[in-house]
Write a protein that binds this ligand. Structure first.
Ligand code: IRN
Ligand code: FE2
Length: 625
């Protein structure tokens, strides 16, 4: 076995250990759609009954969105070398607008497909990719605009609803009044609503016809806020095995899409392994690979090399491409006086090319040619923010906004071809300047979904940039950003490892969910309500399991109170048995019920009684805790 394969065999082993462990307290369930092969995976979190002391009622299971793919299904046998089952293959074939090519069209792809190291793998897409028939357009936007509701759209509607209809009449459905967009949203997402949002360009469904393994999802501000996790090796670190492992790890914690930002060696093979094993859409920045092909010399890039790279990746099944077509020659001098210049990798490559040739960016010049490729495979644009600010001092400057306006023009060009578009956004932006970003994006880019990196709200915390950026992400998500690109604690410092990926994702799940709550996405508050009730009723296991990271919650709790008996204890080690506010509130309620007094009076009497009790015992409790 050569080095590459032993690397992968190792990955398969490590993976099965990390992913076969079920997510605590929950099970995978499938919601049946209108046809037999339309089964939408969801995660159902079981809840214990309320203790008799608190009323003893039954608590319904809570169903949540599930990005983890078949890996968390106990009936699924992980086989990385075979890849995932092609869930959408029949849907794509039925449309009758594609043809299977005899061979790969890109020169690089052909060369790699002949590589014996790929031999044992079912890389159907590598050997015989699909492409739109001559004259056909296979984008979800194209179907949407012709009034067709695809199976992908129905799947998404079911997925977004998370079975909240099953909770009809339950207090768990109650949401806080005064949420921003609540009134504008339908009570339940329908397939027709999905179609309409895609048709008008306000949402995208990244779904390359060569990535049939992907479980359909949507990015748009009238849907749940999504998060993206970046993985990928660099010249100095990480192999294929680690990257596939990171992919499965990232979706386990809630990554909605994953971008493979690999540079360095084995870039084609790494991507192939990732795509064949990914149930979430995969994005890339094709200019990175194009640069590898010219030995890292930006000036030597050509449209032909770039074009070949796009076709190669489209045939592998990449679902969206970051294209830095808004870095125009005339904007480059505007960055000269910045504190941190150009911080986007793709942006700096294109700026260098423009200056070296004193020519307009070839991505801009060939934009319509790129659209022709996109619509032949249904690859969505993620129009890159090559001139995003890299520090708070540079935020909202002329270079950044000049580029944003250009991306708005390009959006309309792409839409002319029915090609799906989202717009990338900053970067580093202090809180008071965030709103202007969102408002300008909505007007200049005609409501195409916004996809932002953070933004980081301050520059002073290397090592904690998942936090500096989750603050900005929560704000911009609330204002209407559709997808948040995570930032890990390693940002600015090094390539993230598995732990960094997990920390980054959890930080972003928090930001995205906080935004959903504020926006009033239907049912967004169900999980909060359920968790709070569990917390109040001292159902510790339920509190852990309803959380974003049950493992960590349990670990923290058990650090001080490890015994099983403590899982129903009416206190934790933070306040100790006597100072638990939840316990006291319950005592107050019981007191009110028992004494038959009015609530206000009962509270007063109860508190006075408690006060005396605490005065007697307080000092002792403090010493113990
Ligand atoms: C997202 C929003 N703005 C930038 N991003 C992501 O940043 C982009 O999608 C890619 O994953 C990453 C690096 O992009 P640059 O540095 O090449 O622009
Ligand atoms: Fe940065």
């Amino acid at each position: 076995m050569n080095a590459q394969l032993s690397d992968l065999a190792r990955a398969a082993q490590e993976l099965s250990e990390a992913v076969t462990r079920p997510i605590p307290g929950s099970r995978k369930v499938y919601a049946q759609g209108s046809r037999a092969d339309l089964r939408v995976p969801l995660r159902e979190i079981a809840q214990a009954d309320t203790p008799t002391l608190f009323g003893g009622e039954k608590n319904p299971p809570i169903t949540v969105y599930d990005t983890s793919g078949p890996y968390t299904d106990p009936d699924y046998r992980v086989d990385l070398a075979a890849g995932l089952p092609p869930l959408r293959a029949a849907w794509i074939a039925e449309r009758g607008d594609t043809e299977r090519l005899a061979d790969l069209s890109s020169s690089f792809g052909r060369q790699r497909a002949a590589d014996p190291r790929l031999a044992p793998i079912r890389f159907a897409a590598t050997r015989a990719p699909l492409r739109a028939r001559a004259g056909a357009n296979v984008t979800q936007m194209h179907y949407a605009r012709r009034g067709i509701v695809t199976p992908e759209m129905e799947y998404i509607a079911i997925r977004e609803n998370q079975r909240i209809e099953a909770l009809a009449g339950s207090a768990l459905l109650d949401q806080h009044p005064g949420q921003s967009f609540g009134a504008a949203l339908p009570r339940l997402i329908t397939p027709e609503f999905v179609r309409d949002e895609v048709a008008r360009g306000r949402a995208i469904i990244p779904a390359n016809i060569n990535h049939p393994e992907s479980e359909p999802m949507i990015i748009g501000r009238n849907f749940l806020t999504k998060i993206n996790a970046n993985i990928g090796n660099s010249a100095v670190s990480s192999g294929i095995a680690e990257e596939v492992e990171k992919l499965v790890w990232a979706i386990r914690w809630g990554g909605d899409t994953v971008m493979d930002l690999s540079t360095g060696r084995h870039i084609h093979e790494t991507r192939e392994w990732i795509i064949r094993n990914s149930p979430v859409p995969i994005g890339t920045v094709p200019i990175y690979q194009a640069l590898e092909k010219v030995g890292g010399v930006a000036e030597e890039l050509t449209w032909e090399i770039f074009r070949d790279t796009l076709v190669e990746q489209a045939e592998q099944g990449v679902d969206y491409f970051t294209i830095h077509a808004g870095v125009l020659l005339r904007f480059v001098p505007l960055t000269a006086r910045r504190v941190t210049g150009i911080v986007s990798r793709g942006g700096s490559i294109m700026a260098k090319w423009c200056l070296a040739h004193h020519k307009e960016n070839f991505l801009y010049a060939h934009f319509e040619d790129i659209c022709e490729i996109m619509k032949a495979y249904d690859v969505a644009f993620s129009l890159g923010d090559g001139l995003r600010p890299g520090c708070v001092a540079d935020a909202n400057d002329a270079a950044q906004f000049g580029e944003l306006d250009t991306l708005g023009e390009l959006t309309q060009v792409a839409w002319k071809h029915d090609v799906q578009v989202m717009i990338e956004g900053p970067g580093h932006v202090p809180m008071q300047l965030i709103k202007e970003n969102m408002e300008r994006q909505l007007t200049k880019c005609h409501e195409a979904p916004f996809y932002t990196l953070g933004p980081l709200t301050t520059d002073i915390a290397p090592g904690y940039d998942h936090i500096t950026s989750a603050i900005g992400a929560a704000m911009i998500g609330w204002f209407g950003t559709a997808m948040l690109c995570y930032v890990t604690p390693k940002e600015h410092l090094g390539l993230p490892n598995k732990q960094d990926v997990r920390d980054g994702i959890i930080a972003y799940k928090i930001a995205a969910h906080a935004a959903d709550l504020a926006k009033g996405h239907p049912g967004a508050q169900v999980r909060d309500n359920a968790l709070s009730k569990a917390r109040f009723e001292f159902r510790w296991e339920d509190q852990f399991n309803l959380g974003l990271d049950p493992d960590k919650a349990r670990e923290f709790h058990d650090e001080t109170l490890p015994k099983d008996a403590h899982k129903s204890a009416h206190f934790c080690s933070m306040c100790g048995p006597k100072f638990c506010s939840m316990k006291i509130t319950q005592d107050v309620r019981d007191y009110a019920a028992g004494h038959g007094t009015g609530e206000a009076q009962a509270v007063q009497e109860g508190m006075a009684e408690k006060a005396a009790e605490f005065r007697a015992q307080g000092a002792e409790v403090y010493r113990k805790a």
